[in-house]
Design a protein around this ligand. Structure first.
Ligand code: NAD
Length: 297
């Protein structure tokens, strides 16, 4: 069992840290939110006054932070953690951030002899709680091998996508495709229903036909078709529109840098920005169905 410090105990990080405790690791936690820290301390985690004090004994540091600027603030610069971590520390960043930001942190880590892995996740809050996340890692094979057993205490599928930043690239490709699939599925369902079709019957037909996809199989966006999907609880919880727009922004920025044409991704981004602008940013991303139904305000 390892001495792990977990920084960033939000919707994802909180349950991930809980799973590490349950697996028997010695976990020290740190977050700017005292309530988030208190919840983990109640489960048996240790804590400290500062991030620097929290990593004092750590063999492994894991971060799960909102965006690139938070990751840079925690690791880089005079007051960043990399300046004080011992050379053999394993550092895993599971935040979803731009690949070039992640590579910048990796380079700074390597310069100090610290092993760094980008390991963004797929699977959402449900997957974080259930310990069934997919980890998509970028970094050296040796670092991946060191991290694998710790990651498997929080996830089910652990992939090595390639060198530093590759985990972030794969993650933003996946989420761009997810946004396109969800928008396309919502569009097809809205067209069928406008023609008088039953959304349950239409969904079943498309599931068994060439339009079948993940949204139809497990996350149907039409209310009432799938009892457990966010659509059937007024799009509450799940993967929020504001997080999808963030990830689409990362994908589009990356496409510009690499001169990649992503017309479908650009369209999906515009759809989600419009939808977010109608006050839907805190709904699940399958609420894009409302845009097609004409339910957006
Ligand atoms: P969140 O906003 O719920 O949690 C982030 C936590 O980081 C907060 O508790 C905040 O207080 C803490 N924090 C911010 N700056 C800090 C600092 N300098 N030091 C210590 N703590 C700090 O976010 P989340 O939903 O848990 O998402 C975290 C990351 O995971 C994001 O990059 C997101 O894109 C990604 N992600 C989220 C989901 C999801 O469904 N929520 C799914 C996959 C990936």
């Amino acid at each position: 069992m390892a001495m792990i410090t977990f920084i960033g105990l939000g919707n994802m990080g909180g349950p991930m840290a809980s799973n590490l405790l349950r697996a028997g690791h010695s976990v020290t936690v740190f977050d700017l939110s005292e309530d988030a820290v208190a919840a983990l301390v109640a489960e048996g985690a240790k804590t400290a006054e500062t991030a620097h004090a929290a990593v004092d004994q750590a063999e492994c540091v894991i971060t799960m932070l909102p965006a690139g600027e938070h990751v840079e603030a925690v690791y880089l610069g005079e007051h960043g953690l990399l300046a004080s971590l011992p050379a053999d520390t394993l550092v895993i960043d599971s935040s979803t951030i731009a690949p070039e930001t992640s590579r910048g942190v990796a380079e700074a880590a390597i310069a100090q002899g610290i092993a760094f892995l980008d390991a963004p996740v797929s699977g959402g809050v449900g997957g974080a709680k259930a310990g069934t996340l997919t980890f998509i890692c970028g970094g050296e094979a040796e670092t991946f091998a060191r991290a694998e057993s710790i990651l498997s205490d929080m996830g089910k599928n652990i992939f090595h996508a390639g060198p530093h930043g590759a985990g972030q690239v794969a993650k933003i490709c996946n989420n761009m495709l997810l946004a396109i699939l969800m928008s396309g599925t919502s569009e097809a369902l809205a067209l069928g229903v406008k023609n008088g079709l039953d959304p349950v019957v239409l969904s079943e037909i498309m599931k068994q036909s060439s339009g079948g996809n993940w949204a139809l199989n497990v996350y149907n966006p039409w209310p009432g078709v799938m009892e457990k999907a966010p659509a059937s609880r007024d799009y509450q919880g799940g993967f929020l529109v504001k997080l999808m727009t963030k990830d689409l922004g990362l994908a589009l920025d990356n496409a510009v840098q690499h001169h990649a044409a992503v017309p479908m991704g650009a369209l999906a981004r515009n759809l989600y920005e419009l939808h977010a602008g109608q006050g839907n940013q805190d709904l699940d991303f399958s609420s894009i169905q409302r845009f097609y139904r004409g339910d957006d305000q």
